[in-house]
Each structure stands twice: as C-alpha cells, then as structure tokens.
Design a protein around this ligand. Structure first.
Ligand SMILES: CC(=O)[C@@H](O)[C@H](O)COP(=O)(O)O
Ligand SMILES: NCC(=O)COP(=O)(O)O
Length: 247
C-alpha cells in the first residue's frame, strides 16, 4: 500500500488570507489523520505565505506517534532572513522524513528537482546533519534523473519524483511518454537501493494511472488538488447545514 501524506499548505493559505486561526490547520490535520491518511506534509517557505514555523512545531506534536510527518523545503532558503531554516526546524521537531527541494526563495511553487551529479557535494553535509537528527532523507528529483548510487553513498534513503510534468501530460491526454520516464526513474532508483515517493499536482483523476505504473511506490504527498477536491466534495453538506439554520 502506498502511504498518503496530506500536504496542508493550502489550509494555511486560506487562514493567512484573513489573519486569525480559521481554517484551523490542526483541525484539518486531525480530520485527515482520523480519515486514515498515513502522514502529514508541510513545505514551509521563507516568505511564510502559508506554513509558519509555529505550524511546523504544532503539527509535529499532533502527528508524533500517530502518523508520519514530512517536512519539505530548501535547506538554504531564507538563509539571510529571519526564517529559522529547514535544518533548524528539523532539529527542533524531529519529523519522520525531510524532503530536500531545490526551490528559490521567492518561487511560487516547486518546479524542478536536484541535479544529483552537480549537487551531490552540496547535499552531503545536509544529508549527514538530517540523518544525525534521526530523519529519513528524501530528495526531490525530476523524472529522468541520474546519480542515484551517489545519493545512496551520502546517506539518502528515498527520492520523490516531481510529478508536475506527469500531471500536465495527463491533462493534455499525452501521458504515456512521461509515465514511462517516471517508471524508468523509479526502477533505477529502487535498483540503487532507494525507496520512491512522488508528488506535485497529483489528483484523484491522475493518481490511479500513476500508481499502476510504479510498482513499490512508497508514498505520495498531495495538497493542492486534494484540498480543492475536499472543498467541492464538502460544499453541498455545508450549504445544507446553513439552510437548516436558516429555516
Ligand atoms: C515539493 C512539492 O512539490 C510540494 O511541496 C509543492 O511544492 C507544494 O508547495 P506549495 O504548496 O508551496 O506550492
Ligand atoms: N511533495 C508534493 C506535495 O507535498 C504536494 O504537492 P501538491 O499536491 O500541492 O502539488
């Protein structure tokens, strides 16, 4: 069974749009956990547009001993600002897994993975620091990535395949080539000794096809589509509840 880790960034986007504490990110996480998800994911960014350091800490407390906790981000992000930084947050909160992602500070969302051949020396001390803290370490990579043996040699345990291009291809009805690229990437990573996660723009529409093509897929982290779908699927009940009050 592939573990579903729900990314709750978008709950925080909504909350931050008004200030205050609604919608409550912890209530949302509890709801996902009670519904049976296997993990909660956050991707704090240095501009704190959604997940803030206090959210990272509070979610660590409610996930501990119940489900996996996955913190994603660029370890160098906000290096010059007041944002505590990914490694410091991991040291404080001890998540199950840290997924390193090579985002720029102001990037609107993640849109590429590491080049393992070029980035491996930079990653080495970070991976070591995270392993010392006791976190599983995963690296965000594009389909078609190479250099998995080198990643294993520095202590990396998983990759997360960036599925944005897969989701785009699926929507455009030309999925086969990108799906095969993802499957080949997963096979090579597994052969090198890495477990394989996947994420970005996965949805109820495109997830089944992806899972069927990737034997042994360990985890998917899903936020944007899942939160949007939850709005649609919960909307009718909520409207009916309001109408009941107004009778
Ligand atoms: C690494 C990845 O694909 C996700 O974490 C995605 O970037 C979500 O981040 P945002 O919610 O900030 O777009
Ligand atoms: N790692 C991917 C993730 O956490 C969620 O990405 P998305 O579903 O918000 O695109």
């Amino acid at each position: 069974m592939t573990l579903l880790s729900v990314n709750v960034n978008k709950i925080a986007v909504l909350r931050n749009s008004r200030g205050g504490s609604e919608p409550d990110i912890l209530r949302a996480a509890h709801t996902c956990i009670d519904a049976g998800c296997g993990g909660i994911t956050v991707h704090p960014r240095p501009d704190q547009r959604h997940i803030r350091p206090d959210d990272v800490r509070a979610l660590a407390a409610i996930t501990r001993g119940r489900v996996e906790y996955n913190i994603e981000g660029n370890p160098f992000a906000g290096a010059r600002g007041s944002y505590p930084g990914l490694i410091e947050l991991a040291r404080e909160t001890k998540p199950t897994q840290v997924t390193l992602v090579p985002d720029g500070d102001g990037q609107i969302t993640s849109d590429h993975g590491f080049d393992l051949t070029r980035d491996i020396d930079t990653l080495k001390p970070l991976v070591a620091a995270l392993r010392d803290i006791g976190c599983r370490v995963s690296l965000f990579v594009d389909s078609g990535a190479t250099g998995f043996e080198a990643a294993v040699a520095i202590g990396v345990q998983r990759i997360e395949i960036y599925t944005g291009p897969y989701a785009q291809a699926f929507e455009e009805g030309r999925v086969q080539e990108e799906l095969e690229r993802c499957a080949d990437t997963a096979r090579r990573a597994q052969y090198a000794g890495l477990a394989v996660n996947a994420g970005h723009d996965l949805s109820q529409a495109n997830l089944g096809t992806f899972k069927a093509a990737i034997p042994g897929l360990a985890e998917v982290s899903i936020g944007h589509a899942l939160i949007g779908e939850a709005l649609y699927e919960g909307m009718a009940t909520t409207v009916r509840n309001y109408l009941q009050i107004l009778r």
